[in-house]
Design a protein around this ligand. Structure first.
Ligand code: AHR
Length: 495
């Protein structure tokens, strides 16, 4: 007997657009994300386009990656962009001081990243070095990529083979300035931000630069308070937030073969995102009632202790149905806060943390998280529809979490999409669904589910978990009943 939930959607009351950038990603020079992940070099036997794996390019185009953040993370505040341009043979090396202490040869640089973004139709989001860099260095980077020509940096770009500017809109002014970015107090960083932002001139980018302040560490609400209070509006367009689904930073637990206790704890941490964004947004509302500054969750996802990291790269972890639950539930939260959250970047895109793609030599696997992001991409730039939802609890040893979460949107063609997640590990949920303000009646759907929560796509059997057609709905009068199996993600389409 399934547990009961109810969902009412007001199809004619949409107000806010779900910014497609909520479905953004993040690629850091860390472990095997860039080197031996995305980038194998043009002499590799693995099919590649200017050194970037062609199978990754294809998978990311299919995913509809709207925006990609690079080069970090903590790495960003050690990165000197000028070391990554020009003849590869002449580039200095850099030691990755935060992640693994590996020495990199700077062979993947600005041109490679921005050309990759063009190939996959993603907007680039460059994270600038504030921690160990200088104002001029970051201002020059803006000029290098955005000035049309006839300035020192644009002429250098042209000399290096790129005539047209890339017109990069999204710029991070440092990363985690409260930690690896320089262990700064928020008041100090707010002043630094004002200085950097002033000199990051909008050269030829007609839309204007979009400058994102390094945001709070999870529930550090004072950080957001100080930035919102001390940075004048025209200088800032977005304030960031980092929050990972972590059980305990000292003991994060395994990525696979986890117990139900650990699963429950992970989901509790993931669902905490709702409280977190609500409280940060309330502070933003106080200082910015006109909503000129957006909330940008530019690092999120599950983080575990992974023994495979020893052989498969720093912060490499497998990706199970638990990660699919994190992705589905978190994206529902972001969608439902679409009026203030305008971008989010899952950490990280390939071979690191909650990756959508894993690689091992020539093999490539699409993870359960990839499939959730692909199923949800129907919400990109669609109009958010208000949803009223009641649900039974997922209970474990006396603790409770809401079992069902959801979000809904209508796209420019009038097609409605409803994403529903049941995180309960054992119980199905029978959702009574009412669609108000619409005559659409034709329903179809896709589901991501598996036999065990711990299931994952391996290099040997990479398609075990993949979306299937969903038929678990029936209509009686004006009401649908949609039955969600335990730990499943369903996306319905109504026309
Ligand atoms: O995503 C991994 C790391 O997590 C990033 O480098 C840093 O910004 C965060 O602490």
């Amino acid at each position: 007997q399934a547990q009961k939930a109810t969902v009412i959607i007001n199809a004619d009351q949409g107000e806010h657009t779900i910014n497609k950038n909520i479905y953004g990603h993040f690629a850091e020079h860390l472990g095997r994300c860039i080197y031996d992940g995305i980038y194998v070099g043009d002499s590799s036997a693995i099919p590649n386009t200017e050194g970037v794996r062609t199978d990754i390019i294809d998978a990311l185009i299919e995913l509809k990656v709207p925006v990609l953040r690079w080069p970090g993370g903590c790495f960003a505040d050690t990165y000197h962009w000028m070391d990554g341009i020009g003849d590869r043979a002449d580039r200095p090396s850099i030691v990755n001081q935060w992640w693994g202490g590996t020495t990199e040869d700077n062979s993947f640089g600005t041109h490679d990243f921005l050309n990759l973004c063009e190939r996959i139709n993603a907007e680039p989001y460059l994270a600038g070095n504030v921690g160990s860099g200088q104002v001029k260095e970051l201002a020059d980077w803006v000029q290098y990529v955005n000035h049309t020509g006839g300035s020192p940096m644009s002429d250098l770009r042209i000399e290096h083979g790129r005539t047209e500017p890339w017109n990069v809109k999204y710029w991070g002014v440092g990363n985690e300035m409260w930690g690896c970015g320089g262990n700064m107090a928020p008041e100090f960083y707010a002043n630094l931000f004002r200085q950097y932002s002033t000199f990051m001139t909008d050269w030829s980018n007609s839309d204007g630069l979009y400058r994102i302040a390094s945001g709070a560490n999870g529930a550090d609400y004072n950080w957001t308070e100080v930035l919102m209070r001390d940075i004048p509006k025209p200088l800032i367009q977005g304030v960031a937030l980092h929050s990972y689904s972590v059980i305990d930073w000292g003991k994060k637990g395994p990525a696979k073969d986890f117990s139900e206790e650990l699963y429950f704890a992970t989901m509790k941490s993931a669902l905490f995102m709702e409280e977190l964004v609500t409280k940060h947004i309330a502070i933003m509302d106080k200082y910015d009632p006109e909503q000129k500054v957006d909330l940008i969750v530019d690092e999120w996802g599950g983080w575990y202790d992974a023994p495979e990291s020893q052989t498969m790269g720093v912060l490499y972890q497998q990706n199970t149905m638990r990660d699919a639950m994190i992705a589905g539930a978190t994206l529902n939260i972001f969608n439902n806060h679409a009026d203030r959250i305008k971008m989010a970047n899952l950490a990280q895109i390939v071979n690191v943390l909650q990756a959508v793609i894993l690689t091992n030599e020539e093999k490539l696997v699409l993870t359960p998280t990839y499939h959730v992001m692909r199923m949800y991409n129907v919400h990109q730039d669609a109009t958010l529809l208000p949803m009223e939802l009641t649900t039974a609890d997922y209970e474990y040893k006396g603790e409770k979490l809401p079992a069902v979460s959801g979000s809904a949107s209508v796209d420019s063609e009038g097609v409605m999409h409803i994403s529903l997640v049941n995180i309960d590990s054992k119980e199905s949920q029978a959702v009574s669904l009412k669609l108000l303000g619409t005559n659409s009646k034709k329903m179809s759907g896709e589901i991501l589910a598996s036999d065990k929560l711990q299931d994952y796509n391996s290099f040997e059997n990479g398609t075990v978990i993949s979306p299937k057609s969903f038929k678990g709905f029936k209509k009686k009068g004006d009401e649908w009943t949609v039955t969600l199996p335990p730990f499943s993600v369903v996306v319905l389409e109504v026309k």
